[in-house]
Each structure stands twice: as C-alpha cells, then as structure tokens.
Design a protein around this ligand. Structure first.
Ligand code: NAD
Ligand code: MG
Length: 394
C-alpha cells in the first residue's frame, strides 16, 4: 500500500472521471486517498453520490441551477457544495498531490491552469488544454515546479516507453488510432451517418464529444498536437498508424531500430492508474490481455482524404500560435451542430477548414486571456460559416 495521497477529480461525473473513481476505489478508496474535490457539469445526483462514497471535502457543480439539488443531496454529510465557473477555479486552486483534469473540451483549460498554478501534479486527460494552450501550460508547469502525467491512453503509452536518457536517439513516435466507427466507410457512406452511428465507438467506451471526434478522426488530430506539446520530438517525427484493435496504445522508435510499445486492453483505467500511482505501478480493475484469444493485430495507413481532420490538424500544428486553439473551437461548434442534426457529418471538417482559412491565428498567446479570446472568435466564425453555407445550399 502506498502512502496516503490527496486527489481531486475535475469532471468526475464523466467517462474518464467515473473510471478514475473506480481506480481510486480499487486502490484502497478512502483508506488510501484523501479526496479533496470532485466536480461535474450538471448531474448533481451523481456528483453527490460520488462525493458521499469517496468522502470528498468539496463537490462543485458547474451549472448553478443544479446547486440546490446538490446541497440537498449532501445535507448532513459535512461535504461542502458549490457551483459555477468561479467555484471551479477556486477548487482547482486547492493544492493536492494529484489533480485529474477530465472536464470535456476547451472548458477544461482554465481549471487545468489553476491546478498547475497551485502546484498540484497534473494527471491530464483534458487534451484540449495542450492543444489550445500547450506553450502556456508548459510555462506554468515549469514556473510551479510541478509535472504533467498524461492520461490520454496514447500519451500515457508514449510516456511509459519514452526513455528520457535516450531522448536524443528517438527516431519517431507512432501514435496509434482505432480509426473509429467509419474506418472502412467510403465518403459516400459517411454522407448519411447519424449522431447515433458516430458515437458508437467500436473499441472504447467514452464521452459523446470524444466518441464523435474519433469518428471524424479530429481526436487523433488533437492527439497529434498534444504529443507535439508533451514530448521532445520534432513534429515531423510523429506518425499516425491505424490499428483497429486498440491493443498497442502507441510506440516510440529509436535510432537503433528498436521500437518500444505499450499494450493492454482498451480500458482507460490502465492509463489512469499509471498516472494516479506514478512513480509506482498500482492495481487497476481491468481485464488481462489474452494474446491467444486476440491472435492478431492489424495495421493500416491513415487516409486523410476520407478523414481530412488529420490534414487540418497537422496544418494547424505547423501554423502554431493560436491555430490549434481555433481549430478545436471550430470543431467543438461544428460537432455540436452535427449532434443536434443541424449539419451533416462531412460538414464538420468543412466548417473547421473554412474557419482555419480566414482565422488570423496571430502571434503565440502570452496569457490565458489571449487563448480565451481566440477560442471565442473562432466559435463566432464557425457559426458564421455555418449560416453562410446553410444560405448557400438552401
Ligand atoms: P464526458 O463528456 O464523459 O465527461 C466530461 C466531464 O466534464 C463531465 O463530468 C461533465 O459534466 C464535465 N463538463 C462538461 N462540460 C463542462 C463545463 N463547461 N464545465 C465544467 N464541467 C464540464 O467526457 P470524457 O469522455 O470523460 O472526456 C473528458 C476529457 O478526457 C476530454 O478532454 C477527452 O478528450 C479526454 N479523454 C477521454 C477519454 C475517454 O476514454 N473518455 C480518453 C482520453 C482522453
Ligand atoms: Mg486517446
């Protein structure tokens, strides 16, 4: 058993958040962990249940309308309840041994920054923080003297096999991708897919937004940028490889021809356990990999004609500055429009590309305010693009 550790989970009611609480429960629960803060978007009932089960000190719900429900559900427990964005930031400012950042989307950036500034070790699932503000995040990490432990499965894999003492000898990073539910679809078939088709991921059980991002492959695009921000490897040395079974979670190739890979069943509880336990390895409640049952692993080259998100993301990464932030913001707006059946699936990438063509991604951000402004402007531009195209094709 490791020493007691304090932990906060931002986005505990989501897919990664729930898996995190599973790992905490399997690894001693309240006997090992001092759970400081849990947060959710609007599911106050689940948040209260989680806070009671883990004996958290504070539960924060982002949606202020849900505060009365949260308060009522926590009455008599001594667990503090709070709501709103300011309360989230205050909570992220409470220093803990490890803060798991698992809010979905660009909304996770400000709490992530606050957690770093507080000096908490950051277990980072919210890839959008690195995409939108990688430079600032790294700067704050250095200033606070803390560190990032990647939770995204690919980045956890790379982190696990990247030997720092050999970083000069890295030849390439191979970022694996399942290819999503439409891996084998033609463009013609993709024209007619529904939100239900798009969020049914073949290998991973995840939140709605990231499931859709896997279908468009924007998720891999975001992960490419995330890898570029996290690891000391030139961007052109990061390759994407489609691997439908999602057993190899990513690889690092060295100059001598050796390739180190991390493998496991597709279950987020493994990379979460790695981050929570680091620098040790702890138990995770996951199925063991059965190689005989698996019998084979397949690989394919990525196709950026059917999945233009891969090309758009690489271009945004190369453009640098606020281009990745704008890409993510436009993608979030277009994805939401698809999920609410206002645009077809293939329009998501078209909208993002139109935004990227006219967005002035300017000089690199020097503050969080610059990032928030770029995010807001790109969202407005995406809405304009969608309106213009709707008129054009009406
Ligand atoms: P999810 O949608 O299941 O959960 C998101 C959490 O954030 C929920 O608790 C939700 O209530 C909260 N939330 C949403 N909007 C919010 C807002 N504006 N303010 C505050 N809280 C808000 O998402 P998820 O699938 O768990 O993904 C979370 C993050 O982890 C994302 O950045 C995703 O890309 C990343 N990630 C997820 C997986 C996965 O397997 N699900 C894998 C790798 C990385
Ligand atoms: Mg991933």
């Amino acid at each position: 058993m490791v020493a007691r550790r304090s932990v906060s989970v931002f986005g505990s009611t989501g897919s990664v958040g729930r898996s995190t609480l599973d790992v905490i429960a399997a690894h001693g629960g309240a006997g090992t962990w001092d759970v400081e803060v849990l947060t959710g978007g609007s599911n106050a009932a689940l948040l209260a249940e989680q806070a009671r089960a883990t004996r958290a000190k504070l539960a924060v719900i982002q949606n202020e309308d849900a505060l009365p429900t949260l308060r009522e559900a926590l009455a008599g427990t001594g667990i503090e309840a709070a709501a709103g964005d300011a309360a989230l930031l205050e909570a992220a400012g409470r220093r803990v041994d490890v803060c798991l950042s698992a809010i979905a989307g660009a909304a996770g950036l400000a709490p992530t920054m606050a957690a770093i500034r507080a000096g908490s070790t950051l277990a980072l699932a919210n890839k959008e923080s690195m995409v939108c503000a990688g430079g600032l995040v790294r700067q704050e990490v250095d200033k606070a003297g803390t560190r990032i432990l990647p939770v995204d499965s690919e980045h956890s894999a790379i982190f696990q096999v990247l030997e720092e003492r050999h970083s000069e000898a890295i030849d390439r990073i191979v970022l694996t991708a399942s290819g999503g539910p439409f891996r084998a679809y033609s463009l013609e078939q993709m024209r007619a897919v529904t939100p239900e088709d798009a969020i049914a991921h073949p290998q991973w059980s995840m939140g709605v937004a990231i499931s859709l991002d896997s279908a468009t492959m924007f998720n891999k695009g975001l992960e490419l940028i995330e890898a570029d921000q996290l690891f000391p490897v030139a961007a052109h040395r990061i390759e994407i490889l489609v691997h439908p079974q999602s057993i190899i979670h990513s690889m690092v190739g060295y100059r001598d021809g050796s390739i180190l890979a991390q493998l496991g069943t597709p279950d987020m509880r493994t990379p979460i356990a790695y981050a929570l336990g680091w620098p040790r390895r702890v138990d995770a409640p996951v199925e063991r990999l059965d190689f005989v049952a698996l019998s084979r692993l397949d690989f394919e080259a990525p196709d950026d004609i059917r999945f233009p998100a891969l090309r758009i993301a690489r271009e945004a990464m190369e453009a640098g500055a606020l281009a990745p932030c704008a890409m993510n913001a436009a993608k979030e707006v277009a994805a939401e429009a698809f999920l609410t059946r206002r645009i077809p699936f293939l329009e998501i990438a078209v909208v993002v590309e139109c935004v990227m063509e006219s967005f002035d991604h300017g000089p690199a951000a020097t503050s969080l305010d610059d990032v928030i402004a770029a995010d807001r402007d790109a969202r407005a531009l995406a809405r304009e693009v969608m309106e213009r195209r709707a008129r054009q094709f009406a």
